[in-house]
Design a protein around this ligand. Structure first.
Ligand SMILES: Nc1ncnc2c1ncn2[C@@H]1O[C@H](COP(=O)(O)OP(=O)(O)O)[C@@H](O)[C@H]1O
Ligand SMILES: CC(C)(COP(=O)(O)O)[C@@H](O)C(=O)NCCC(=O)O
Length: 572
């Protein structure tokens, strides 16, 4: 696609003149805007234009096809099933993969460890696989994943990002995951051909809790090419050393980079805790050495995962909650949103206007059952709640209200019965995305803008009409304003554009006022912004660039539902 060629040029985040862009796609500068409209909405809104130059407000994880490295052959693909598959297939076909690198901008079947899906959108995750062939047997390469994690960690550190490793091969910043590594191998012709897949978030993935990105965690702006080449430099040096001397030369450095050294941790297998104890160190084969109640144990990576105790509440009720299946409902004024959740993870989401809820019943017939607890938040009123119940005959729906206190958050609303349950569960959900003070904006039928302090006080917030209500009231109560909305301009000069701009300024302005108010209240500490609801994407695009760059602004779909799940999982 032509727009992808433009993205490749703009991905470095620097200004490019429109004649350069137009020449690259063999079109005239006048046609560039039309071509740009073909880009995905999450990229389209990043464009800024000034004096004939185009630039994106931040670099993307997109590389030019000409990317080169001294020691590796790099192939850049727009899309593939998975970069690991590309190299594995070559190896299976008997072709060499040693020192070959495949980068993909999008993967249709990217995977993490234990078959988990690797979530990404175009430009938001740097994904590549490196082929390396060893003479050793597979069994002797057990610590390879740790060496690769260390290579990535020290490369990113050199670029100014304070990354650590979570055993065995996750790249983390504090609690949040920045990147992951998946190694797959094949023994053929007396060699072990390993394919080392690496995924590093450039941008925090939408709707995934406990994740971070290079752009959120590092102060320095860097291009995907710089990150890739820095990691390839380190891998070249480290893999050569590892193939000659094994893990021992890396043991001390790995231990120093290990986030959980001397910490209390839990080891999970199939979502069950199988060991708890204190990390004593890393053995010379890469095993985690754990001091448990029953003595010292060596844990091999395999199918296990490491968690901090606060990530897995120890009590049995929480374990049971993790195993319950849920159908979670968010009854807004315009539409019902719902999600199915299992083992603490949302597996499917959907939404529908109230006049058309049969789809909910169809899903229940396919996925419902006695083991499913149906829990909801409703601000839509009793008539619409009854329409939901009618689609789920004989099913008990637990409608939850706003609360005075939950998950350590204290609600300062004077009368909690009056408080919209959606606003409360948005606040409970927001804690998965920010531990700082935050402003939570829900842009639905109404717009609500709420304040949550870092020390867990929900202070309250404002309510204003949503975009459709603003438009409707102007259309109904004025002689001249019943007309379609125009486009957004800084200084609108038509009625249609003035209407669009006025409504957007009202919402963005309210959000920014609440943000500065909360910031002042918190003595100018960090205040994050979490946005949800049907109109959130549109508002985020209209916020001033400086506001976006200076603050951590996140859009989270289904925040009410995430809040419900968060609350349910933490009940004792
Ligand atoms: N692109 C958009 N711009 C502005 N508002 C939108 C947009 N898309 C949807 N909305 C608003 O969001 C509402 C649906 O979002 P939702 O958060 O589900 O609302 P509710 O919780 O009130 O049902 C719509 O009725 C509309 O008012
Ligand atoms: C403000 C709301 C209408 C927002 O609802 P939505 O736009 O999400 O449908 C809802 O939260 C509500 O009815 N609140 C009750 C009043 C209050 O929170 O004070």
């Amino acid at each position: 696609m032509l727009s992808n060629q433009i993205i490749q040029i703009l991905a470095d985040g620097t200004p490019h003149h429109i004649t350069e862009l137009a020449n690259a796609v063999h079109h005239s500068p006048q046609q560039l805007n039309t071509i740009w409209q073909q880009t995905a909405p999450h990229i389209r809104g990043l464009l800024r234009q000034k004096d004939g130059f185009w630039r994106l407000i931040r670099p993307l994880a997109v590389l030019p096809e000409t990317q080169e490295h001294d020691f590796f052959d790099i192939r850049v693909l727009s899309c593939t099933t998975s970069t690991n598959d590309e190299l594995l297939q070559r190896a299976r076909d008997g072709l060499p993969i040693h020192r070959q690198v495949v980068v993909a901008h999008e993967q249709s079947a990217g995977r993490g460890r234990q078959g988990r899906v690797w979530v990404h959108r175009l430009g938001e995750c740097l994904m590549f696989s490196v082929g390396w062939s060893f003479m050793q047997e597979q069994a002797q390469l057990g610590a390879l994943a740790l060496v690769v994690a260390l290579s990535c960690q020290r490369s990113l550190q050199a670029l100014g990002c304070a990354v650590q490793i979570k055993w065995s091969n996750d790249l983390v910043v504090g609690r949040d995951k920045l990147g992951g590594i998946l190694i797959e191998s094949l023994r053929q012709n007396h060699q072990t051909h390993t394919v080392i897949g690496v995924g590093i978030n450039f941008v925090v993935p939408k709707n995934l809790a406990y994740t971070t990105s290079l752009q959120a965690a590092c102060s320095r702006k860097m291009t995907a090419g710089q990150v890739l080449n820095q990691i390839l430099d380190a891998l070249h040096e480290d893999l050569n050393l590892f193939s000659q001397q094994g893990f021992i030369p890396f043991q001390a450095a790995y231990q120093a980079a290990h986030r959980d050294h001397q910490q209390e941790i839990c080891i999970l297998q199939n979502n069950e805790i199988v060991e708890t104890g204190t990390v004593l160190g890393i053995a010379n084969n890469g095993a985690l050495i754990l001091q448990t109640e029953n003595g010292e144990k060596h844990i091999m990576s395999g199918e296990t995962s490491l968690r901090l105790p606060e990530q897995i509440a120890q009590n049995p009720t929480v374990q049971a909650a993790l195993k319950t299946r849920y159908l979670l409902l968010d009854g807004g004024n315009s539409r019902l949103k719902w999600a199915w959740a299992e083992n603490g993870i949302i597996t499917h989401t959907n939404h529908s206007p109230y006049r058309d809820l049969q789809i909910l019943q169809q899903e229940w017939l396919k996925m419902g059952g006695d083991d499913v607890r149906v829990v909801g938040s409703a601000v839509c009123g009793l008539a619409k709640q009854a329409m939901v119940a009618a689609q789920l005959p004989h099913v008990k729906i637990e409608w939850l209200s706003s609360m005075k206190r939950a998950l350590g958050i204290y609600n300062h609303y004077q009368n909690v019965e009056q408080h919209g349950a959606d606003r409360w569960f948005n606040a409970l959900g927001s804690r998965q995305f920010s531990q700082n003070s935050c402003v939570i904006m829900s842009c639905g039928t109404a717009v609500t803008i709420d304040a949550l302090t870092q020390d867990n006080h929900y202070l309250g917030g404002t309510i204003m009409p949503g975009f459709h209500l603003m438009k409707e009231s102007l259309a109904l109560r004025t002689a001249n304003l019943n007309q379609p909305l125009g486009k957004l301009f800084p200084f609108p000069t038509t009625t249609a554009n003035a209407l669009a701009g006025g409504m957007m300024d009202a919402v963005c302005g309210s959000l920014m006022i609440m943000h500065s108010r909360l910031k002042a209240r918190m003595n100018h500490a960090t205040v994050d912004v979490i946005m949800t609801g049907g109109g959130a994407g549109k508002v985020a695009k209209s916020l001033p660039e400086t506001f976006i760059l200076d603050n951590n602004v996140k859009i989270v779909d289904n925040l009410v539902i995430l809040g419900l799940l968060n609350w349910l999982e933490n009940q004792s």
